[in-house]
Design a protein around this ligand. Structure first.
Ligand code: ZN
Length: 159
């Protein structure tokens, strides 16, 4: 057997039976009967084709499902993180807005109360400060507690 005949046999194997004539297939079968290395090549090619055929099935069932699950999980985590961030931002904006809106009114109210109760200015001003600072203090305490709680749950279970 010449080097050309091995080459020809491997080309016939690579093309497959649809790409060759009956006489070529007969010649290939007799060549494979007498040539161990081309037989190995044919088996390797067959394994390769089989593995290629099995890949889409595996991708359809397991790979796609796990990939979709991972993508969904990641999107869910991202959404949760964005929602948390949005909540914190909205709370900050609301607190800031309400403080900006209510502070002048509160100042006026305390001033009026001070005049009505006939107490000196420092007294109602201290009262105003305590009243003004307590919600912010309470809110920051709540945020601190919630922040610790959130980071705790993040640490133990993801999602
Ligand atoms: Zn051969």
């Amino acid at each position: 057997m010449t080097r050309d005949s091995h080459q020809q046999a491997r080309e016939l194997i690579a093309w497959g039976s649809p790409g060759s004539t009956d006489s070529q297939q007969t010649w290939l079968r007799t060549h494979l009967d007498g040539c161990a290395s081309c037989r190995d090549y044919a088996q390797a090619a067959e394994r390769f084709v089989r593995s290629l055929r099995s890949v889409p099935v595996a991708a359809d069932l397991a790979l796609v499902r796990t990939t979709q699950m991972r993508v969904r999980l990641h999107a869910h985590q991202l959404q949760q993180r964005q929602e948390r961030l949005w909540l914190v931002w909205m709370s900050c904006i609301l607190v800031g807005l309400s403080a900006a809106i209510t502070t002048p009114f509160l100042w006026r109210a305390f001033q009026w109360l001070g005049e009505w109760a006939r107490v000196s200015s420092p007294v109602w001003q201290v009262g105003f400060m305590v009243f003004w600072i307590s919600p912010a203090l309470a809110a920051s305490l709540i945020f601190l507690a919630r922040g610790i709680h959130l980071s705790d749950t993040n640490g133990t279970s993801r999602g």
